[in-house]
Every structure is written in C-alpha cells, then in structure tokens.
Design a protein. Sequence first.
Length: 133
Amino acid sequence: MEQYTVEQVADLLGLHVKTVRNYVRDGRLPAVRIGRQYRIAREDLAAFTGLPAVAAARPRHAEVSAIVQIDGLGRRDLDRVSTMVMGSLSGRPNGVRVQFVYDEEREHLKIVVLGGLEESAQVLRIIDALVRD
C-alpha cells in the first residue's frame, strides 16, 4: 500500500501543508499517525479528491547521471569535444546538464552528464562519435 506524507499530499494537491494537516485533524482526510507524522494512503487520497487512485500518483521520472572518462586527450582535442558537445545543446531547452573537468598535466578529461534518458543518450552518442575520430 502506497502512502504519502502530509508534505507530499500538499504538493500533489497544490495546497499548503497546514491545510492538509487541518483536513487530517478534522477527520475529512483519513490518515495514520506514525511517530510525529501522518501517513495518507493513496486510496484515501483518491477518495478525498474524487479522482481514481492511479491519478493521485505522481508520474514516473527517470534521470541519468553519467561520468565519461577519456584519457590521453590533449588540450586541442578537449576544446573540440567541449565545443561540439556544448554546441549540440545550445539553442533549445533539453533538460541536460553537462560539465567538463580536465587535468591538463595527465591529459585526462571527465565529462559529467545529468538529465533525461533520451537526451543524455544523445549527448553520450555525440561524445562517442567525437572520441572515435
């Protein structure tokens, strides 16, 4: 059985946390007290809102965190890779964040990619193509 905290219910319904707590205390929204916090069952939230239980759940969200490590990359190649990757991201919202960390002495590059699955996969394909050249 999936349960929500008062804060999660407030976020889902766009209400203030105190409003949700008042609903619970007044008995309008059934909840179970665990320690000092209330837990609201998904079914009870659905009955309270009049929506199906499935609609009360948050949509799934998946995100990628990837670190690409490239050794033996000179300064000139670093500039080419970073310019091409950042250029592929510019001009449109894509939900991907990319950071470059370069150790010039060891010619060692780490690229940190954070974002949605498909968008991150596209960035990784671009990096793969640039490194193969």
